[in-house]
Design a protein around this ligand. Structure first.
Ligand code: FES
Ligand code: FES
Length: 181
């Protein structure tokens, strides 16, 4: 079959078998950002966005995405111009081996599109299906909260691993009192 979809903002057509799984088609065609971890929908490392929703591409039949809008980590920033979420992960040292990070970032992006100002609890709940064997999650959660601030103010940020640039002056808003940094 010919699989037609909008991938990272471009109309694309791929050759695929009806029985193919989205992760296989993506990786076969050079989109290796989505990682293969468990291959059973249990680890989140293959997470992409389908029609704006986070989805495990390792358990998504290609037939389900014909005509859909799919976004992978390759659709975000480039090495020289990172997406704010990618910058926040770098600046907060929120990665070690990095294998889980594309899935984490795509899941975080979906969260922030739906909820631009999440609490720490909401971030943890949103990421609970994405496993990480290295970081202990604390820095990942901090990175997502930082990304929410950056996307709110679209402020510049260091990408050299240096000191984090505060994105805005401390707020006195009571909604933010419960946020733990
Ligand atoms: S590889 Fe898809 S959920 Fe683990
Ligand atoms: S950074 Fe290694 S699995 Fe998450």
């Amino acid at each position: 079959m010919q699989l037609e979809l909008e991938l990272n903002g471009r109309q694309r057509t791929f050759e695929a078998a009806k029985s193919d799984i989205l992760l296989d088609v993506l990786r076969r065609n050079g989109y290796t950002g989505p990682k293969r971890g468990c291959d059973t929908g249990a680890c989140g490392m293959c997470t992409v966005q389908i029609d704006g929703e986070p989805a495990m591409s390792c358990v998504t039949p290609v037939a389900n995405v014909a005509g859909a809008t799919v976004e992978t980590i390759e659709g975000l920033g480039t090495q020289d111009d990172l997406h704010p979420i990618q910058r926040a992960f770098v600046d907060n040292s929120a990665l070690q081996c990095g294998f889980c990070i594309p899935g984490m970032i795509m899941r975080s992006k979906a969260l922030l599109e739906e909820n631009p100002d999440p609490t720490e609890t909401e971030v943890r709940e949103a990421l609970e299906d994405n496993l990480c064997r290295c970081t202990g999650y604390k820095k990942i959660v901090e990175a997502v909260l930082d990304a929410a601030d950056r996307m709110d103010g679209e402020s510049p940020a260091a990408t050299d691993g240096g000191e984090r640039i505060p994105s805005r002056t401390p707020s006195t808003c009571p909604r933010e009192e419960g946020r733990s940094r």
